[in-house]
Design a protein around this ligand. Structure first.
Ligand code: ADP
Ligand code: MG
Length: 186
């Protein structure tokens, strides 16, 4: 029920005057039914734009606080008229509707939605940093992103996602989950 009401409120958020932009989001989940959480994330994000592509899903080792279950991560490409800050609010609303409780940094979570890139924009304020400041340090973000946007050039580091993955020093394990549908693992 909460999910249905949530979909309604996301559609009300859409503003029709902004230009269309391309955003890349990383979804992560390691609590509850992870597949259902990802499905919910995709369905909810689709209310805020058009989902263009999704990466395969990856089971990934937790980074920062290791005594917790492994995550599933998936990169999502979407076209949206939402501004970056509107998109952040929508992502945070979806996280909350999925039952996320914020406790401590790097804690287990039902759903995390991080904006990795938003067009060529570089933004840095106290609420939002784009490109995501730790993208280049995180194999669990680069690996799925490289599956859908290998040639995309990071607008601040001026390196392709493929190259950032090649030179990424993160030793944590990232395992691609089997999928029959290349568009989606679910
Ligand atoms: P994390 O994803 O780093 O584990 P959270 O999901 O709890 O942590 O987010 C912490 C804060 O990070 C959010 O309140 C949000 O304002 C901020 N933030 C800054 N840049 C971004 C971004 N690109 N995507 C998502 N959140 C961001
Ligand atoms: Mg986050």
């Amino acid at each position: 029920m909460a999910h249905i009401l949530y979909h309604y409120s996301v559609s009300c958020f859409l503003s029709s005057f902004n230009a269309m932009s391309r955003a890349f989001i990383l979804a992560g989940t390691n609590l509850g039914n992870r597949e259902e959480n990802l499905k919910f994330a995709l369905e909810s994000l689709a209310q805020g734009g058009t989902i263009v592509r999704t990466s395969p899903c990856y089971e990934t080792e937790p980074v920062g606080f290791s005594e917790q279950p492994w995550f599933i991560n998936q990169a999502i490409e979407m076209e949206t008229k939402l501004t970056p800050h509107e998109l952040l609010s929508v992502c945070q609303g979806i996280e909350a509707a999925c039952g996320r409780v914020r406790s401590f940094p790097n804690a287990p979570r039902t759903l995390d939605l991080d904006i990795l890139l938003y067009g060529d924009m570089a933004i840095g304020d106290d609420k939002l940093v784009i490109p995501h400041p730790r993208l280049q340090e995180r194999r669990f973000a680069l690996e799925p992103l490289a599956q859908i946007a290998p040639d995309l050039v990071h607008p601040v580091l001026h390196k392709s996602i493929r190259l950032l993955l090649e030179i990424c020093p993160d030793p944590s394990r990232v395992c691609r989950l089997p999928t029959s549908d290349p568009q989606c693992c679910l």
